[in-house]
Write a protein that binds this ligand. Structure first.
Ligand code: BG6
Length: 518
């Protein structure tokens, strides 16, 4: 058995959370910190300052989060909730939590923050290392970083300690232009090595496993190219609607919300060239190269849709236009499907079909790789057209695993074929850890590993690919196509595949049944 390498212990540090009263802090950050504390991956000398506008006491803030841990610190993918909060682990965390009320759009706030940090850094012996986490609406990203810079709170000597790092949530920009402007702003106060642009999909085990599958096995890589692969389908389907996020979503839409970030990260993991090592820049360089090879999208490569009322799992759902904080005549898309091409030696001619949407029939994220047909149908009554192809399905969530679909001889006296599957399920091999997907990302921020974070050039390159479509849609007077809630998206999305090859269809958006090939 291979020995597990010892985990690097994070340096002592202070973490300042902007947006301490927000949903992200409650649902993800503090539950993930709790899970890290439980596995001993929070430094002994650690402190958290939660900053927000509401007036509250540290104890009150901490205890509101204790309830959140019970609700959210389970396994996000399995959608299970954890059991009781371990009092010793919680006490360790709660004793390090301090609340700071203030308006972080004003200069005065940063003076108070500097004083508070100075005092607490002494008492908690955090050696001056600081992690600023911007869990706030994106309009605050630039101003907060500028303020932090002006107050000299992020000053870091080249390569030296104490380190100062800033974590920026998505959305990183609303367009190519705004993403560039935001990069320019934050790079005036920070070096690229201090910036951690989060894409939480990269915190998922199954997403990180794509690199293990490809580069720790010699089996797949020789097949991983245009000679062997017919096409790839990437699906990120959700059953939820916009929930309480109508205000944000209605000016964002499915494309901005999911594609240049989460979906393109999945695409990059599957298609990037092998890095020369598992060093952050080696991997980020390969991803950047890949993004530069993405063909700019054209109108005919993209289909959008908006959900109408319908039924999902027996529950009736309202139309998007009837959701709270959504304009009644909105044209915002809640679904997008596209055909992406990669102009490089490995992938030339292989279409990547991508779709993501809300109010779809199942919550399912998967990458399905369809191999080319066998060159000859050597079996009785079998033509090449009827010979089913091989598929490799990477199930990202919720039924985490990998499935390889191939043909086998059906038992009996005649040579008859039947599709079968080899299945790998995470839960069959590994003990599930409480994991909401932010643990690795937070740990990486604390140990200074930027592998799973976006670099300025990567972010801008992905916006370049989608911007022409956003511009076309903004100028398009036509009504937006719709789909019934619970359906798999607008009909027009089928043509993206069938126009390329008449037998090509989307895979069903449905969870595999136990003991059934997916
Ligand atoms: C977020 C999007 O980034 O990702 C949401 O803003 C989306 O709209 C979510 O629902 C999906 O993430 P996950 O981890 O639940 O698949």
């Amino acid at each position: 058995m291979t020995e597990t390498p010892a985990m690097k212990q994070p340096d002592p540090c202070a973490m300042v959370i902007f947006g301490a009263g927000g949903d992200l802090t409650k649902r993800l950050l503090v539950p993930a910190l709790y899970n890290l504390a439980k596995t001993g991956l929070i430094p002994d000398n650690f402190l958290i300052i939660g900053a927000d506008i509401a007036d509250r006491q540290s104890e009150e803030w901490a205890s509101s989060l204790q309830t959140a841990i019970a609700e959210f610190a389970g396994n996000a993918s399995a959608e299970d909730q954890i059991r009781d909060v371990d009092p010793a682990v919680w006490a360790k965390l709660a004793g390090r939590m301090h609340y700071l009320q203030g308006d972080f759009t004003r200069d005065e706030f940063y003076h108070t923050l500097a004083d508070k940090l100075g005092a607490l850094e002494q008492s908690h012996a955090t050696a001056g290392n600081r992690l600023f986490y911007l869990a706030v609406a994106d309009r605050f990203f630039g101003p907060i970083v500028t303020h932090l810079g002006a107050a000299k709170l992020t000053v870091q000597d080249k390569g030296a300690k104490p380190w100062r790092r800033v974590v920026i949530e998505k959305p990183f920009g609303h367009s190519l232009q705004s993403a560039r402007a935001l990069n320019q702003t934050i790079l005036q106060s920070l070096a690229e090595s201090q910036i951690y642009r989060i894409d939480h999909f990269l915190g998922k085990e199954t997403v990180q496993n794509i690199l293990a599958l490809r580069f720790a096995n010699s089996l797949f890589e020789p097949l991983w190219n245009r000679d062997r692969i017919d096409h790839v389908q990437i699906t990120v389907a959700e059953t939820v609607g916009v929930e309480s996020r109508g205000k944000f979503y209605d000016v964002t839409g499915a494309l901005r919300d999911m594609v240049p970030n989460h979906v393109f990260q999945l695409l990059a993991m599957v298609t990037m060239e092998p890095p020369t090592g598992f060093r952050p820049e080696a991997i980020r360089d390969k991803k950047f190269d890949l993004f530069t090879g993405l063909e700019t999208l054209r109108a005919e490569d993209v289909v959008r849709g908006q959900y109408e009322a319908g039924t999902i799992n027996g529950q009736s759902c309202v139309a998007y236009r009837a959701e709270p904080n959504v304009a009644p005549d909105t044209k915002t898309e809640t679904y997008v499907a596209m055909r992406v091409r990669i102009n490089n030696w490995r992938w030339a001619g292989v279409p990547f079909y991508i779709r993501t949407g809300k109010h779809l029939p199942a919550r399912l994220t998967e990458i399905a790789i369809r191999f080319k047909q066998a060159p000859l149908a050597a079996f009785q009554d079998m033509s090449l057209e009827t010979l089913p192809p091989n598929w490799l399905i990477l199930r990202i969530q919720p039924d985490e695993g990998i499935s390889l679909k191939f043909e086998a001889k059906h038992p009996g006296q005649t040579m008859r074929l039947a599709p079968v599957a080899m299945e790998f399920r995470y839960t069959d091999w590994f003990t599930p850890q409480p994991n909401i997907g932010y643990e690795t990302l937070l740990y990486d921020c604390m140990i200074g590993d930027q592998t799973l974070f976006q670099r300025a050039d990567m972010v801008e390159e992905t916006w370049c690919v989608v911007q022409p479509v956003l511009d076309l849609w903004a100028a398009d007077p036509a009504p937006i196509p719709t789909y019934r809630s619970g359906d798999s998206g607008p009909k027009a999305a089928d043509a993206l595949l069938s126009d390329d090859a008449k037998e090509r269809v989307w895979r069903a958006i449905a969870l595999p049944q136990p003991h059934q090939a997916s």
